[in-house]
Design a protein around this ligand. Structure first.
Ligand SMILES: Cc1ncccc1N[C@@H](C)c1ccc2c(c1)OCCCO2
Length: 116
């Protein structure tokens, strides 16, 4: 099949995998801090400190709107969530701890689905 068709099929498979991992993370007990964009009225300093806000609902939207051109763009956004969390939250805070465990869960699951 032509290159373009092959590429589209590859991307569809990659996005299906991204959807699977995203759904697993969303279902996790410790996903609550990351489900929606941080409310900047609740956290007025957030906008100033965090230059690239990201959350699981935004990632889901981007998958469904065909924004991602590869699984690497998906993983880059996922890692922004966890890096933002470390920037803004103390490691021993409830949100900080949730961020560390969700990052560990994501990276382990990602490796399972993407043997290197
Ligand atoms: C990931 C993240 N980073 C920095 C700040 C907030 C968040 N997440 C939001 C959803 C959140 C977390 C903890 C919260 C909260 C809201 O509601 C106000 C009461 C305290 O508990």
């Amino acid at each position: 099949p032509p290159k373009k068709e092959r590429g589209n099929k590859k991307l569809a498979k990659e996005m299906a995998m991204c959807r699977t991992v995203l759904a697993e993370l969303e279902a996790h007990d410790e996903a609550w801090p990351f489900l929606l964009p941080v409310n900047t009225k609740q956290f007025p300093t957030y906008k100033k400190i965090i230059k690239s806000p990201m959350d699981l609902s935004t990632i889901k939207k981007r998958i469904n709107e065909g924004v991602y051109k590869s699984k690497d763009e998906f993983t880059a956004d996922m890692r922004i969530i966890f890096n933002n969390c470390e920037t803004f939250n103390e490691d021993d805070s409830p949100v900080g701890k949730a961020g560390h465990s969700m990052r560990t869960l994501f990276e382990a699951r990602w490796l399972e689905l993407n043997p290197q």
